[in-house]
Write a protein that binds this ligand. Sequence first.
Ligand code: THU
Length: 158
Amino acid sequence: MQKTLTINYQEYSSAQELNAKDRELMEAARKATETSYSPYSKFRVGAAVRLGDGEIVTGSNQENLAYPSGLCAERVALFTASVRAGEKCVVETLAIAAIDSNGRVAEASPCGACRQVMIEQEQRQGKPLRTLVALGDGRVREYNSVADLLPFVFAAEF
Ligand code: THU
């Protein structure tokens, strides 16, 4: 039987359309691209998460000569948030921005491994984790739940 899956997301034509808190978070993600260590890909990614208490924690992609040893900006930010806030860590919103090797704003979309970490954070906190992604042309895409980024998620009871 043919079935169809729908995912929900919103788009803003520019970051100026975001509310002040989200604009601040997206600005923190853009700023975090400056902390990227990406000599191999030259693709600088910044991530910023807003925790339940309003605190902002940032991360950026950190590469390594042994390629898989590096880590994406999203996971650096989420794991740092977990260290900072502990077991009760609540991530309200994650913002992601990227700059390409020509120094231009590029589309950032979280990779599969990051989506898996994002959804575990969402499940762990029992509240939706919003994601804001800066697109290459200035638009911003918003997902209200990681479930829209990772349908048919792997979930197991241990
Ligand atoms: N990267 C991220 O940090 N986040 C993403 O959403 C996609 C890709 C990093 C991994 C690698 O350092 C570089 O961008 C190029 O793939």
